[in-house]
Design a protein around this ligand. Sequence first.
Ligand code: AMP
Length: 614
Amino acid sequence: MTFKELGLNDALMKAIEDLGFENPTPIQQQTIPLLKSKDTDLVALAQTGTGKTAAFGLPILNKLDTNTKDTQALILSPTRELCVQITNDLKKYAKYYKGLMVTSVYGGASIVNQMRDIKQGSQIIVATPGRLVDLIERRAVKLSTIKTIVLDEADEMLNMGFKDSLDAILEQTPEGKNTWLFSATMPREVERIAKNYMNNPVDISAGKKNEGAANITHVYYSVNSRDRYSALKRIVDFYPEIFGVVFCRTKAETQEVADALIKDGYSADALHGDLSQGQRDFVMKRFRNKTLQMLVATDVAARGIDVKDITHVINYNLPEDIESYTHRSGRTARAGKSGLAISIITGRDSGKIKDIERIINKKFERGVVPNGFDVTEKQLFHLVKKLHDVSVNDEEIEKYLPKIYEELKDLSKEEIIKRFISEEFNRFFAYYENASDLNSGSEGGSGNNKTSRFFINLGQLDGFNRNSLKDFLAEISKVHPRMIFNVDVKGSFSFFETESKFVDTFLGVNKDDVEFNNRKVSIEASAKRMRDGGGEERRSGGGGFNKGGRGGFEKGRREGGSSDRSGNRGKFGAHRERKSSGGDRSDSGRRSFDRKDSGEKKQFGKSEFRKNKY
Ligand code: AMP
């Protein structure tokens, strides 16, 4: 079927042509002829990425009367990002419309400005349910002229707790309107809305329930949980051209992963609900225009996001609710493209993979986390390609060339190439030279090193730095300081690692009633670990290579991480760590601890710790 056969008006046809859409997608073929002429309610089971915005947007626009400023269509969607996206899409379809105003309204932005925009006369309002209820209560929107109401991502709106808002809105809209509901899944709550608020809706389905897009390849990598972050970096390094979304389970984890990636010099940023409206818009803008290579996001924040050409979706953790897997992987392979959905899992997630396979009706491939050699080779040829494709600024470089030729005249072409490439290659080779095997069950995987991580309720606020805390831990446990590593001192607490054979020793400290500054020292086993301290950075002698210089992505990279262009990112990172937590012992010179069971106050080992400060 062609767009011509759908019978849309000329202005829309011209815009569609400009957008390069050749044929309507299956859902558009079903909705457009039906909705553009007939007054009917509709329930559509449709995944994101199927072209559903145009499936409801084009019929709305086709029917719209731009001679009046009355609000004729209301589109409800779960997040502000989706509101903005839908609004932008509608504006593209209505490129040749005159006198059309589409306004998006959502929480977190000035309600006053939104009221002003609506007052100017918006024929289409795109809203999150919560903000729309606020506007209704302030009598800032008039719903009596609404002809069409669209509930987009209805299941997600209900998941997000908008049930009452939806009921309130639907009750206020006029009797004769048409309601079009789009949902990726059909839980009972969505069916209830359809039953309560719709008249004989036409049911359509674009693809089977929850079935993932056919052109997505699903791969999982099984690692030990402490290697999760290292595996992420390894995978990302293996795909130097990656443009992807990394999904995390919580807002905190999202921020932590994004921070760690930024610190390690990657082009990444976080998107989650704790960020301000401005921050979220800024991140999305950078991601959309590809100055940001990786968006690290929660399910909610990235729901329905349509950014072109996403190559990879990485599940840093599988979603709590396995149905979300389809939504996550649907961020890639859009508009006929193919994509890779990668999940980093640990042993206990294997059952979940089976459940997801049932839902997406497709088998996962088991991936092998690339080893150092694979990554080095990939990076090398990426570099060669970049060198080949670099755009040369003839005008500016011209004046230096004679001198450069002179300097290099004793070298053959082969020598020059070799040296030029080595300038970068040496760095990532050094970084990955001794990289371990991160696949779970492998010899080199750090899980096999049998190390354990602990939390202790002492930190900088108690005057500790890395070295002094290590000494303190050695003193109270009698474990040699060399066996205590990755000491990460935070404000009021810290983390450290030791070989697992010392687990009982360290947990046993709790029974000893050790006190520090009249506070009982508490040590707990901890699973959480973002930075791969025992991993590549250290193993390669402070290596780590700069992600700078990736084609197309480095422009928007945030400065202030360790992404110096000179290529010393890893060294700089390691050096900085040493500097910040190293030498200065003067601040920790007044500490001592108390071991109650020994009946005597024990002075903390070294002479520089004064006796009488208990
Ligand atoms: P959606 O499901 O609305 O988020 O759309 C997914 C993507 O498909 C968007 O980038 C649309 O611009 C694009 N798209 C929608 N309809 C078509 C079409 N008929 N042909 C090609 N691309 C389309």
